[in-house]
Design a protein around this ligand. Structure first.
Ligand code: SR1
Ligand code: MG
Length: 414
């Protein structure tokens, strides 16, 4: 696009050095800043810029999918959606996302807080590292963003304006609709999978009942705009220390069903759990797997607690108004329970689909991809695929976090 110019380690100092606020945070001579390109995600350039006063992160969208190259163009406007999602998430769960220092729409770049010594949660789970408060913080983040971005809490005009704003994030929704919900279930050109999985993949792709349910879930994702989703809330979108957690990368933000973020997050913990036999010694394995299962259970509990708290204290939108319940002396508890049950059931379906796409579609997960022994990898991936199928088909019977954990334990023992 005219005027857009991708940054390089050599040009970044000169291009951003004139921004007073950014330059002050980094300090010193922009020509002497230490600039490192560290992006290892699927889409963007990411730089860490360091000077005598501190460091910042500079994220710039490329006009194509980095993972694939310029044969797959992708609009720069995703930086706009990421910026707008970040400032909304910061208001809805203060302190949980990196602070934005500067946004340039035409250059598709965001300068934001450098998180240190945080590292990506996915890598920490592979390495067997725990984070104190992980489940509680993540569950509350998912509940707060879901509730406060919805018709339960927002004035109707503002909610509709936001839904319209994010409706334009077409290209990234299209990626999710294709790579997550569609490609895993046929021989799509960008797919790949561990060769030993052939028979399992054939079984899944022949399962018409399951594919029907996947289409049902895609319909929910595409047409049920309940709240502003993060849209890509997996363990690669979370950075942690031993006792802190931040959520990053909301460029896939869109209005969609509340259960989507929750289900995607739970799926990534389940994949961390099911892949552990390849990453832990026999003596360390049981304790770490037990801890992951406790995180799964506690994320769901925190989500429910926080959603319930917000329901009783911040329910000011058009839905379930107190005039219909509390003001007439009625408890809105049954309505809350009904709403949470619907979110959970959706989450279970999305969870199963996310478990499939990370093994069958374009973008895989390091916890499986780094298993060099392909026979072992396929055995663990097959458990994951078959559990995903169970979730998609039988989600109505997996009514509680305890049911989900018990199911994971059964597949882990296969
Ligand atoms: C082409 S983008 C592939 C995947 O990377 C992102 O992180 C999303 O998960 C997307 O589905
Ligand atoms: Mg990302």
């Amino acid at each position: 696009p005219a005027g857009y110019d991708p940054l390089t380690v050599d040009t970044l100092g000169a291009r951003l050095g004139g921004l007073a606020d950014v330059a002050t945070r980094i300090g010193g001579d922009p020509g002497a800043w230490d600039v490192r390109e560290v992006g290892d995600g699927n889409l963007n350039l990411v730089f860490i810029v360091t000077g005598p006063a501190g460091s910042v992160v500079v994220k710039q969208a490329l006009p194509y999918v980095r993972l694939v190259g310029d044969s797959w163009p992708l609009p720069l406007k995703r930086a706009f959606f990421e910026y707008h999602a970040l400032i909304r998430q910061a208001a809805r769960d203060p302190g949980r996302v990196p602070q934005v220092h500067y946004f340039d729409d035409s250059q598709a770049l965001i300068v934001m807080e450098f998180l240190s010594p945080h590292t990506i949660l996915r890598g920490r789970l592979i390495a067997g590292q725990k984070t104190a408060g992980l489940a509680d913080t993540l569950g509350r983040f998912a509940a707060r963003t879901a509730f406060r971005g919805s018709d339960l809490a927002m004035p109707t005009a503002q909610r509709k304006a936001d839904a319209a704003l994010f409706l334009d994030n077409v290209a990234l929704c299209d990626i999710t609709e294709s790579l997550v919900f569609t490609d895993p279930y046929f021989d799509a050109p960008r797919n790949h999978h561990t060769p030993e999985l052939g028979p399992v993949v054939a079984t899944l792709r022949a399962d018409v009942a399951m594919k029907t349910q996947v289409q049902h879930m895609l319909t929910r994702f595409a047409s049920h705009g309940e709240t502003m989703l993060h849209g890509d809330l997996h363990t690669g979108s979370v950075m942690c220390t031993d006792d802190d957690l931040r959520v990053i990368d909301p460029e896939f933000a869109c209005y969609g069903p509340m259960g989507f973020d929750l289900g995607m997050m739970l799926a990534n913990f389940l994949m961390a759990y099911l892949s552990q036999p390849a990453h832990r010694s026999a003596s360390d394995l049981p304790a770490f797997q037990t801890w992951i299962l406790s995180v799964i259970r506690d994320i769901a509990a925190s989500y429910g607690d926080e959603f319930g708290h917000l329901w009783h204290h911040e329910r000011t939108g058009i839905l379930y108004p107190p005039a219909l319940f509390e003001d007439q002396g009625h408890s809105s508890g049954p309505a809350l329970a009904d709403r949470l049950a619907a979110i959970w059931q959706d989450a279970m379906g999305f969870c199963g689909i996310e478990m499939h796409r990370r093994v069958l579609s374009l973008a895989h997960n390091a916890e499986f991809e780094t298993i060099a022994d392909t026979a072992l990898r396929a055995r663990l991936e097959a458990r994951n695929l078959m559990m995903g199928r169970d979730l998609i088909l039988n989600r109505a019977d997996i009514a509680t976090p305890g049911d989900l954990v018990a199911l994971a334990q059964r597949y882990n023992e296969r």
